[in-house]
Write a protein that binds this ligand. Structure first.
Ligand code: GLC
Length: 629
């Protein structure tokens, strides 16, 4: 028996040894791959050369490893050695939301991004990296940056030129930190408001989403800065993310996010694809693949949608980037998943945690002819086409700080965007606009009255947002009211609505809403007001004759049973840093012009609402495009 054991150990040890030798030889021989000699002034560095010729020339010097490196989008926190940016020739670096420099300031970002960018330019072929963030409502990782209303508020404005300007201003604030890529706009169309990403969308109407998506892409691409390239917009998430079904999430922590979109060919053409067709015609260069599934297939594995439809039929010539850990959620080993995704049409793979196995696996897959080299060359050509087209090779990308004037201009624009995003749902007594020409006292309550973190929503400094009132350079709604109403009006504030009941006043304003949330963490079985806010409203009603309710929310909330007790109702969505924009409209500086970008359900049984039709056939509380003027 003992002898048998000994032989088994010997066999296992021998097998491990053989595997290690194969691995070493693999790495050793491959690293010897011939590096084509580089002339002093290669054609690809000449900005007068046609782009396709520049690409062909550059690729003739690239090793297989350098090509695979360009297909890697690496999260900055996982870069263990800055030299790896050079060694592996990464195509891009991203900061996931909240992945910030030690000094989270414009200057801190500029220095961090510059370190990565200059390292990539010092590489053998000098291919600059793209640096990407989720600037979905401004350069919102940075305290002090302009925080625009989240997309649902821009959808309520319906204003293309406003969205164009918002995207352009966002692009300028990105350029001031050397960032060249934003993962925005979102073109998802939410059918079920229980989804935690409803607020990232403009609307559930593909026509409006297409119009605003085009405006956003063109606005961001128009942003300029001294000696800077274009800033890339990204059409996301391809596709059908808003059509996922409740309780189908692939994540045990979520309900609908990363869930299943029924593979409905009619909806594919009439709804989901329409905005992408629009933005491709408008010149978008990158498309991000969603984390949802199309029927039983993860989007990153769906060759028909990624290649046959988007690239062949629609003629998309930019590149497809996968989302977060999406490639590795494809069933099978990491090796097999990478092969499946790249063969399906993913050109650049987002690698939030580890890049070396990806490069090793893809290299081996190419050597074993499990990924045709033609597919690698196509992906790299697409990536380089975008980099050449946006001017990344032809500018030194030394970012200049934003001027105070520019920042002031952007905040003024953001305040205008807030004004246009507000929707008046109810005001039968004509309480609004309020008047400030006579001395009066107004009582304020609610969790979102003096809480900038709440009015900004998530994707603000941290992925899940910052529930508090400390964001520098921003104004809460209460602060805005005090600034706009003037000296005749006294605002009393009690978050809980606790006041002296013996001296009622005429008007009370309850500014209530949701705590910040991002992605599946915002999936909610019953999106409604918190108990704290319900109590605050009840308390306010004891000490005010009439109340105005302001909803600070990322989505329609279930208010059917309470709205009859409210005298006026305004939806402010997630307005961002410029809370004074809400006060402007409440005091008539500007009239209400906003309308609901998606239907407002009366109860859960109506969800999902598809193209305005509720699941149970009853009428929503308010239809899409409702808004009193
Ligand atoms: C996230 C989101 C995507 C975002 C990406 C990078 O998981 O799904 O919208 O752009 O990761 O932060």
């Amino acid at each position: 028996m003992k002898k048998l054991h000994f032989n088994a150990h010997l066999l296992i040890g021998g097998l491990i040894m053989v595997l290690l030798i194969i691995l070493f030889l693999d790495m050793y021989f491959f690293s010897l791959e011939k590096m084509p000699a580089l002339p002093d002034n290669p054609l690809y560095k000449n900005s007068q050369t046609p782009v396709e010729d520049r690409i062909t020339d550059l690729m003739s010097y690239m090793t297989l490893d350098e090509k695979i490196g360009q297909m890697a989008l690496v999260e900055k926190g996982s870069v263990s050695d800055l030299e790896d940016v050079n060694t592996y020739a990464f195509g891009a670096i991203l900061s996931g939301s909240g992945s910030k420099p030690e000094k989270n300031t414009f200057e801190g970002w500029r220095m961090m991004v510059q370190e990565f960018t200059s390292t990539s330019r010092a590489s053998r072929l000098g291919i600059p990296i793209l640096y990407g963030v989720d600037a979905i409502h401004g350069h919102s990782n940075v305290p002090g940056a302009t925080l625009f209303p989240h997309s649902i508020g821009l959808g309520a404005s319906g204003n293309e030129s406003l969205v164009y300007e918002v995207a352009q201003a966002t692009g300028k604030e990105l350029i001031a930190t050397g960032i060249t890529w934003s993962y925005s706009p979102t073109l998802d169309m939410p059918e079920d408001i229980r989804w935690g990403r409803t607020y990232e969308s403009f609307s559930d109407d593909p026509v409006l989403v297409g119009r605003l998506g085009v405006a956003y892409v063109q606005g961001m691409h128009s942003a300029t800065g001294q000696d800077s390239s274009k800033v890339l917009a990204t059409a996301k998430h391809y596709l059908g993310l808003g059509g996922m079904q409740w309780n189908t999430s692939s994540s045990k922590d979520y309900f609908i996010d990363q869930g299943v979109t029924p593979p409905d060919e009619t909806k594919l053409r009439t709804t989901y694809l329409a905005p992408f067709t629009e933005v491709i015609s408008a010149g978008v260069h990158t498309v991000m693949v969603g984390l949802n599934s199309w029927g039983s297939t993860k989007l990153a594995a769906e060759r028909y949608l990624l290649t046959d439809l988007l690239k062949s039929e629609l003629g998309f010539e930019g590149f497809l980037v996968s989302d977060w850990y999406g490639v590795y959620e494809i069933p099978g080993s990491d090796y097999r998943a990478a092969i499946t995704a790249i063969r399906a049409g993913v050109d650049m793979v987002m690698l939030p945690f580890d890049y070396k196995p990806f490069i090793y696996n893809v290299r081996n897959a190419v050597l074993r002819k499990e990924i045709p080299i033609e597919r690698i060359d196509d992906a790299v050509r697409r990536i380089l086409r975008v980099k050449f087209t946006m001017g990344l090779f032809d500018t030194m990308q030394i970012p200049q700080p934003l001027s105070d004037e520019d920042l002031f201009e952007h905040k003024t624009l953001a305040r205008q965007a807030v004004r246009e995003s507000l929707v008046l749902l109810k005001d039968p007594q004509g309480l609004l606009p309020l008047h400030s020409n006579s001395s009066t006292t107004i009582r304020i309550t609610g969790s979102a009255a003096d809480n900038i973190g709440r009015q900004a929503g998530a994707w603000t400094i941290e992925w899940q947002g910052v529930d508090g009132n400390w964001i520098p350079g921003a104004t809460s709604i209460l602060q805005g009211l005090r600034g706009v109403a003037g000296p005749n009006v006294t605002f009393e504030y009690s978050q809980s609505g606790t006041y002296d009941e013996t001296s009622p006043v005429d008007i009370g304003i309850a500014i209530v809403g949701e705590r910040p949330y991002a992605e599946g963490w915002g999936d909610n079985t019953n999106p409604s007001l918190s108990d704290e806010d319900v109590r605050a409203i009840a308390n306010l009603q004891k000490v005010c004759k009439r109340i105005i309710v302001i909803l600070v929310t990322g989505r329609p909330l279930l208010i059917t049973d309470a709205i009859d007790d409210w005298d006026a109702v305004v939806v402010a969505w997630l307005p961002g840093s410029e809370g004074a924009g809400v006060a402007d409209v409440l005091y008539g500086v500007q009239p209400f012009t906003g309308s609901l970008p998606l239907p407002w359900p009366a109860h859960i049984g109506q969800l999902p609402i598809v193209d305005g039709k509720t699941k149970d056939g009853t009428s929503p509380l308010f239809p899409r495009y409702f808004g009193l003027r």
